[in-house]
Design a protein around this ligand. Structure first.
Ligand SMILES: [Zn+2]
Ligand SMILES: [Zn+2]
Length: 136
């Protein structure tokens, strides 16, 4: 597979990853939603040590043991890293140079979804994260 590449809105930050994609899905949690000002946020996980970044990145602690990286120039959210998953970086799928490459496999934190967001796919829906139990 060719490397996946991505960038922020202003192009000041770029990333490259050879993968593999460990998981891919949509997060409906309040924290992701507020960080991105979006109704839901699409992510995929890759091995953290394999991601090559260029440009200046700012980070903020999002919740306990969680850091969100973003471009300080344009504000684009770039990654989510949690102490809980030390070997993974979760990349925001819409930062892909070709976001159509993204192949979502599930919805996460379905219990927190917005009532006005109509989701018509038949992907599995997890109440929380995949570690919290089987799909509902
Ligand atoms: Zn930027
Ligand atoms: Zn989330």
């Amino acid at each position: 597979m060719a490397d996946m590449t991505g960038k922020c809105a202003c192009g000041g930050v770029t990333w490259r990853s050879a993968g593999p994609v460990l998981w891919a899905g949509h997060c409906h949690c309040d924290s992701c939603r507020r960080a991105s000002s979006a109704a839901m946020v699409s992510f995929f996980g890759v091995p953290r040590e394999g991601v090559i970044w260029t440009g200046e990145i700012a980070e903020r602690p999002s919740s306990n043991g969680v850091r969100r990286g973003f471009c300080p120039a344009c504000g684009t959210q770039l990654y989510y890293q949690a102490d809980k998953w030390p070997a993974e970086t979760h990349l925001y799928a819409t930062t892909l140079d070709d976001p159509a490459q993204f192949e979502p496999q599930a919805h996460y934190h379905w219990a927190e979804r917005l009532p006005w967001l109509a989701v018509t796919d038949d992907l599995p829906r997890y109440s929380g994260s995949a570690d919290d139990g089987e799909p509902i």
